[in-house]
Design a protein around this ligand. Structure first.
Ligand SMILES: [Zn+2]
Length: 240
C-alpha cells in the first residue's frame, strides 16, 4: 500500500512538472527599483528569451524596450500594478527589431509616452515595425521622479540604430542586443549587423562608461558584468 501511494504521488508530481505550459514572463529585481523582465518567443520549438528592463519611480514606471511576446504586455502591466501600486508612464526602445518594439502599440493605447531615436523611428517605418510616438535626435538625458538616465548611441553594431541606456548613479548599463551575454557562445543574429563597426561601438561604450556594476544584454543571462568584453571576444572569434 505504501508503495502504491508513493507511485501515485510520483505520477502526480511528474504530471505537475511536465504538464506546465512553458514560462512566458519572468521578472527579476536587479537592484532597488530596477527590474529585468524577460519574455519568450517560440523559435522552432525553443523558447528564446528576450530581456528588457523597467524602473519604478515616484512619477510612475519607465520601461526600456517592450515585451517580444505581445501577449505578455497585459500580464506585465498587471504584475507591475500589483507589485508596485504604480503604472507605466513612459517607454524607450533601443532599436527597431520586434524583440524591442513589438509592444509599442499596446503601450501607446494604454496612454504610455513612447520614445525612440529618429533613426529607429525611420527603420521601424522602413521595416514595418511598430513605432514610438516621440523621437529624439541626439543622445538625450531624461529625468523622471527621483531618477535620471541617458541614451547613448555608440555607433553601428547589431543594427544601424542600436543604442544603450546608462543609469549613471547606479552604474547600470542597459546594453540591449548590441551586447551579448557571457552565456552566448557565438555572435548570434547578424542579419542586419555592421560587422566591421560593431567592435568599435563596443569600445566606445567601454571608453564612455569604464565602470559598470551591471550590464544587461538583450538576451540570456545577465548576472555577469563582463558581457562587453565577452562581446569583443565573440566578434574577434567571428572574424577569424
Ligand atoms: Zn534582440
Amino acid at each position: 500500500m505504501r508503495y502504491f501511494v508513493l507511485i501515485i504521488i510520483l505520477l502526480l508530481s511528474y504530471n505537475y512538472i511536465w504538464g506546465q505550459s512553458p514560462q512566458k514572463l519572468r521578472i527579476s529585481q536587479l537592484k532597488d527599483n530596477f527590474y529585468v523582465y524577460t519574455t519568450y518567443k517560440d523559435l522552432g520549438g525553443y523558447m528564446f528569451p528576450s530581456n528588457s528592463m523597467y524602473l519604478v519611480t515616484k512619477e510612475g514606471v519607465v520601461m526600456f524596450d517592450t515585451p517580444w511576446d505581445t501577449s505578455q504586455c497585459q500580464p506585465l502591466f498587471d504584475s507591475i500594478s500589483a507589485r508596485h501600486q504604480s503604472k507605466v508612464v513612459m517607454a524607450i526602445v533601443t532599436h527597431y527589431h520586434d524583440d524591442r518594439t513589438a509592444g509599442l502599440e499596446f503601450l501607446r493605447n494604454a496612454g504610455v509616452m513612447t520614445y525612440s531615436s529618429k533613426l529607429t523611428y525611420e527603420l521601424c517605418t522602413e521595416f514595418n515595425e511598430a513605432r514610438a510616438e516621440y523621437i529624439f535626435t541626439k543622445d538625450t538625458s531624461f529625468s523622471i521622479g527621483e531618477y535620471g538616465f541617458e541614451t547613448f548611441y555608440p555607433g553601428e553594431g547589431h543594427t544601424r540604430d542600436n543604442l544603450v541606456i546608462w543609469f549613471g548613479k547606479q552604474k547600470i548599463l542597459y546594453g540591449g542586443c548590441l551586447v551579448k551575454s557571457t552565456e552566448n557562445k557565438s555572435i548570434g543574429n547578424i542579419k542586419d549587423a555592421n560587422m566591421s563597426e560593431w567592435d568599435v561601438s563596443i569600445r566606445n561604450i567601454i571608453k564612455k562608461y569604464p565602470k559598470t556594476k551591471y550590464v544587461i544584454p538583450g538576451h540570456f543571462d545577465w548576472k555577469s558584468n563582463q558581457s562587453l568584453n565577452h562581446t569583443l571576444n565573440l566578434l574577434k572569434q567571428h572574424k577569424n
